[in-house]
Design a protein around this ligand. Structure first.
Ligand code: PTT
Ligand code: SF4
Length: 610
């Protein structure tokens, strides 16, 4: 096989044992890599009902056929597990030298199970695996951990670690690499913590087998040059994703005060242009020449990275209009290993709950010092932080008083930074995303605003499905960054060319999107198998706030979603996918996707429609 190493590394932490396992070429052809591999491994190898924080859950690092082989933006990999936050399929996409070194070490994926008796660091050096005592590292921040490991293993090693949040099993703890790359929103960091695994270090020395190495070098160089000449490149390097703040404000989608409003009176203070005034450099993932991480000096005069989601969620959503302070909160989240999107939701929810006298703590919008303390308390599960560490869904269930109506999540995963009072298509994209309310699978919002914004049209459903296959299926499985394509306009055909020189095979976009559809259905089957008789279409409905309340400020004052129309749109989405009215794939759909064995098993948990 070319393009894939054809090998997984299986690690059992309880037995301190690691074995290499060759896998069948059919797996690569049907599931590509990254998310596709992770979904298949989780479906096949964990028992339904497994406690996500138990040794039986599998922590997966997975790459794809384009990962780390000198092509634009290919330094990314997927981290996945059954999620402790949602109880369903969970993953994240992280840019790190780990992606490159893992493949050079000879592995397309690493599957970690069991729980080490004591804190441990996994050191994978080519074909050898060592279990290193992590006593001295437990309790350290992700930045301290990586810095110390670099002193031991050198600067070219790929390192990913968890911080105190992962150690304390905060349900939205992530994995952090290179002081600013974060991945695994649905609590994959907590899964790593539950295994007593503090960090993983990779060093590899082999080249991934490539079908046409000379052509690949040339094609890679041409593609890098193409990226540099894209008209949007220069502005992208200035602001990266941060220009979205102005755009979201102009279009009334900026999450503000726990998604109560969609415009923020201090938006100009946290915008991309405000960021440019305090920016010191760019940072990013390996093998990328459009590095989008904006490094600024924070209010403690330390370097911190800013992206749109971080700033919206730890800025406008919690009422904070001071960008250096937002940056300091973001740096704390990176050091502690907390997902900023869920964190901004949780903090916003707590402030609203306090203002409504539903919790005893006195919290106010935009109060930097007390929010900074609250973030620490969440990571260490102290006081109210212990409750908030389980996410907004669980907190709302505990405090009652219909707080679930303004707990902003889908399936337990907190909503990322697009407010949908006047964006029914984006609401459906959140409702049906593979991991809960995340934008990565179908970032419909920009397209929706430029077309017929308020409508619940069929056209939007088609677009969501197309994006879910392309982005949520193909890009997540190849596993490369989607920004060259979606933000600069690099044509999709580049990726079939990359695949040809890497694997020696001709994949058309039709074949690739079919694979995307297979992965999408497998992930849905995973969710349904976990929830079995509890599964209903309600799992795909966003929070009541967007339907029951309406915007009180800005040009779209009065806007809200219509539940009846949303549900009709959802049913139409199911029909187009070949799912029944509960949102469960029909037998015929699974058969068409060559997932007959999945249908057979799923039928034991819920009766499938023919
Ligand atoms: C992603 C999510 C995002 S999406 C952001 S900002 W974004 C937040 N970043 C965080 C952070 O930083 N620190 C922190 N402690 N928590 C954070 N949580 C949030 O995590 C990220 C980029 C971005 S920046 C985006 S959109 C694109 N996402 C991609 C994707 O999902 N797939 C893909 N094939 N390519 C992508 N390219 C872009 O990558 P999660 P990263 Mg991230 C400081 O991880 O779990 O998927 O959540 O990976 O290497 O940091 O790159 O406006
Ligand atoms: Fe990473 Fe940004 Fe480059 Fe994508 S564009 S690979 S997220 S640095």
């Amino acid at each position: 096989m070319f393009g894939w190493t054809g090998v997984f590394l299986q690690v059992n932490l309880a037995k301190y044992k690691a074995v290499a396992e060759s896998y069948d070429a059919g797996l690569a052809l049907n599931f590509l890599g990254g998310r596709g591999f992770a979904a298949k491994i989780l479906w096949d190898r964990i028992k339904p009902g497994t406690d996500p924080l138990s040794p039986e859950n599998k922590l997966i690092f997975a790459a794809g056929p384009l990962t780390g082989i000198g092509l634009p933006n290919s330094g990314k990999f997927v981290v996945a597990a059954k999620s402790p936050l949602t109880g369903g399929y969970g993953d994240g996409n992280i840019g790190s030298n780990v992606a490159v070194q893992m493949r050079r070490a000879g592995y397309d994926a690493v599957i970690i199970e069991g729980k080490a008796e004591k804190p441990v660091i996994l050191y994978v050096k080519a074909k050898t695996v060592e279990f290193v005592d992590a006593k001295e590292f437990w309790g350290l921040s992700t930045f301290e951990t990586e810095a110390q490991l670099k002193r031991v293993y050198g600067h070219s090693a790929g390192i990913v670690s968890i911080g105190p949040a992962g150690e304390n099993l905060v349900k939205f703890a992530t994995l952090i690499s290179q002081e600013g790359r974060s991945g695994g929103r649905p609590g994959i960091g907590a899964v790593m913590g539950s295994k007593n695994l503090k960090a993983v270090v990779f060093e590899g020395f082999d080249n991934v087998p490539i079908s046409q190495p000379k052509e690949m070098k040339e094609l890679g160089a041409t593609a890098y040059r193409e990226v540099l000449t894209m008209p949007l490149y220069a502005f992208w390097k200035r602001q990266g994703t941060m220009s979205t703040i102005e755009w979201s404000q102009e279009n009334s989608v900026l999450p503000t005060l726990n998604f109560r409003e969609a415009v923020f009176d201090k938006a100009d203070k946290i915008s991309g242009f405000a960021m440019e005034k305090i920016k010191v450099s760019n940072r990013g993932c390996p093998q990328c020449n459009m590095t989008c991480g904006n490094v600024v000096k924070d209010s403690d005069r330390r370097e911190a990275e800013l992206d749109y989601e971080n700033v919206a969620m730890l800025g406008s959503n919690i009422g904070l209009g001071n960008l250096r302070q937002v940056a300091a909160l973001n740096r704390s989240a990176d050091e502690l290993g907390l997902d900023t999107i869920s964190l901004g939701n949780v903090v916003g929810f707590a402030i609203e709950a306090s203002q409504k006298h539903l919790i005893a703590e006195k919290l106010e919008w935009g109060k930097y010092a007390e929010i900074k303390q609250l973030i620490k308390d969440i990571a260490y599960r102290r006081g109210i932080g212990a409750l908030l560490a389980d996410g907004v869904q669980a907190t709302a269930a505990k405090i009652g008083n219909r707080a679930n109506e303004w707990a902003m999540h889908v399936k337990g995963l907190e909503i990322s930074a697009y407010n949908c009072y006047a964006a029914p298509g984006m609401a459906l994209a959140y409702g049906t995303s593979a991991i809960g309310a995340h934008h990565k699978d179908a970032w419909l919002i920009s397209w929706e605003i430029h077309t017929n914004r308020g409508s619940y049209d069929e056209e939007k459903i088609d677009k969501i499905i197309e994006m879910q296959h392309t982005r949520g299926g193909v890009f997540e499985s190849l596993t490369v960054c989607r920004f060259p394509s979606i933000s600069l306009g690099l044509e999709l055909q580049w990726y079939t060319r990359f695949l040809r020189v890497a694997t020696g095979m001709d994949f058309t976009w039709k074949t690739l999107t079919e694979i995307g559809e297979r992965i999408w259905n497998l992930i849905r089957a995973f969710w349904v198998r976990e929830y079995s008789s509890m599964w209903t279409h309600e799992m795909d409905v966003p929070p009541a706030r967007w339907f029951k309340e309406s915007l009180t400020e800005g040009p779209l004052k009065g806007a809200k979603l219509d539940l009846e129309k949303y549900n009709a749109m959802l049913q139409r989405y199911y029909q187009k996918r070949g799912w029944d009215e509960r949102g469960i794939p029909k037998k015929s759909t699974l058969k068409w996707l060559r997932l007959e064995d999945v249908a057979k098993q799923l039928n034991r948990y819920v009766k499938l429609v023919e």
